[in-house]
Design a protein around this ligand. Structure first.
Ligand code: URA
Length: 221
C-alpha cells in the first residue's frame, strides 16, 4: 500500500509540473529532489498567476503563496493572510507570525527549515472567516503544495485549517493534540498563534502538541 502511495505521489508531482505523460526516466530513488520540488512550487505559483478565481482578489494587496524549504520535513498550515501578510505577501509575519516563529525555533528549527502556508491565499476583508466557496476554490493549491513538499508531518494552526484538512466540523479544542491522517501524512492540529496571543496559558498545550510532532519526526529518521 505504501509503495502505491509513493507511486501516486510521484505521478501527481509530475502532473503538478505540467507533465501529463510519463517521463522517460523517473529519478532513481523514486523521490523528487529538492531542486525538482522548488521547480514544481514555482510552476504552481505561475499557474495561480494574478488569481481572480474568487472574490477575495478585490480587496487584496498581495497574494500570499507560502514560503520556506521546498523539501521541509515539517509544514505549518494556517488559515488566511492577515493585514501584515497582505502588505508583505508573506505568511505569518505579523504578531501571530512572530509567535509562530518562536515556536518553530523552540522546536529546534529555523523558519527557513520548515514550510509555512495557508488554506486561503488572499486576505478576507477585516480578517473575517474564509467562506466555504473561497475555501473550496483555493484548496487545490495548498493540496498541491503539500503533495510537492511531501512533508513528514503537518501541523495545522487553528480551527479553519484543521477542519478543512481533516474534513470535519469538530471544535479545535477537541481536534488538537491527536494525529490525523492527511493523505498518508500525519497531521497534528493545534491552536492558532493569534488565539494564543489572547490566551497565553494555552501555550502549554501547543508545546505539548509540538513535542508529539517532534517525537514523530524523530521516528521518521
Ligand atoms: N494568520 C494565518 O492564519 N495566516 C497567516 O499567514 C497570518 C495570520
Amino acid at each position: 500500500m505504501q509503495d502505491l502511495q509513493a507511486i501516486k505521489t510521484v505521478l501527481e508531482f509530475y502532473k503538478a509540473l505540467g507533465i501529463d505523460r510519463l517521463p522517460l526516466s523517473i529519478p532513481e530513488t523514486g523521490h523528487p529532489t529538492p531542486e525538482e520540488k522548488a521547480k514544481a512550487l514555482k510552476a504552481l505559483r505561475q499557474e495561480i498567476g494574478d488569481c481572480k478565481r474568487c472574490k477575495l482578489y478585490k480587496g487584496r494587496k498581495n497574494l500570499v503563496f507560502g514560503e520556506g524549504n521546498p523539501d521541509a520535513s515539517l509544514m505549518f498550515i494556517g488559515e488566511a493572510p492577515g493585514r501584515e501578510e497582505d502588505i508583505q505577501g508573506r505568511p505569518f509575519v505579523g504578531d501571530a507570525g512572530r509567535l509562530l516563529t518562536r515556536l518553530i525555533e523552540k522546536m529546534g528549527f529555523k523558519r527557513q527549515d520548515v514550510y509555512i502556508g495557508n488554506i486561503i491565499k488572499c486576505r478576507p476583508p477585516m480578517n473575517r472567516d474564509p467562506q466555504d466557496d473561497e475555501i473550496s476554490t483555493c484548496m487545490p493549491f495548498i493540496k498541491k503544495q503539500i503533495m510537492i513538499i511531501s512533508p513528514k508531518v503537518i501541523m495545522s494552526l487553528g480551527r479553519i485549517s484543521a477542519q478543512t484538512l481533516i474534513g470535519v466540523k469538530i471544535p479545535i479544542t477537541r481536534l488538537r493534540g491527536k494525529f490525523y491522517d492527511y493523505e498518508g501524512i500525519p497531521l497534528m492540529p493545534t491552536f492558532h498563534p493569534a488565539y494564543l496571543l489572547r490566551n497565553p496559558r494555552d501555550k502549554m498545550l501547543v508545546w505539548s502538541d509540538a513535542q508529539q510532532v517532534l517525537a514523530r519526526l524523530r521516528e521518521e529518521f
